[in-house]
Design a protein around this ligand. Sequence first.
Ligand SMILES: Cc1cc2nc3c(=O)[nH]c(=O)nc-3n(C[C@H](O)[C@H](O)[C@H](O)COP(=O)(O)O)c2cc1C
Length: 204
Amino acid sequence: MTSGADLSRRAMLSGAAVMVVASTQACAQSGPRPTGAQSKTLVAFFTRTGNTKVIAGTIQRTIGADLFEIVPARPYPKDYEETVAQATRERDQDVEPPLRGHVSDIGVYDEIYLGFPIWGETAPPVIRAFLKAHALRGKTVRPFITHGGYGVGKSLSVLASHAPGAQIEQPFVMEADQERRTMSQVKDWLGQIEGDRNEDANPW
Ligand SMILES: Cc1cc2nc3c(=O)[nH]c(=O)nc-3n(C[C@H](O)[C@H](O)[C@H](O)COP(=O)(O)O)c2cc1C
């Protein structure tokens, strides 16, 4: 599943490292927090359920890059199906939703690790918005992508078309948990508990 020789070269996705959940809230919207005076690498990512955030945090801590969480100005609904419906509309209508914050000094970075989940077989609308809002010409972009089992879809051609002049490297791609599958399994479990309760209450 994985590609992205650079990441594997740094041996950064060891099992132990992946288990550590990155805490990025502090620097999410105030712009990236420099981790070293000479830092020229940025890790920018979007996540809904946290899968992509684990990878972002792992990269950031392993190579000592700055971190920026891409957040829409208007949050997506908590409800999964509503989010799918909105994302589908935005994809089909080429909507680029406003972002809550931008990288103020994108010019100082020459390498950007860009992470996102696949939404509707492509890059989420906020990724198009992020690329439109930041001039990446001449920079190296290293995508890292999570999906729920259906691959990267059209996302790479979206990166190419929305980051003109950027050097887009081979992506790191990983299948990860699917919110729909998780919800379905939890609901089955809760249904069993409810069934057991009813049996206890009405033994005859
Ligand atoms: C709105 C929406 C659309 C999705 N569409 C796809 C898809 O087309 N193909 C796929 O494999 N997974 C799809 N997924 C699953 C996510 O890509 C996958 O669970 C990803 O790892 C979530 O990353 P996150 O935890 O960083 O948000 C979708 C998830 C959501 C919320």
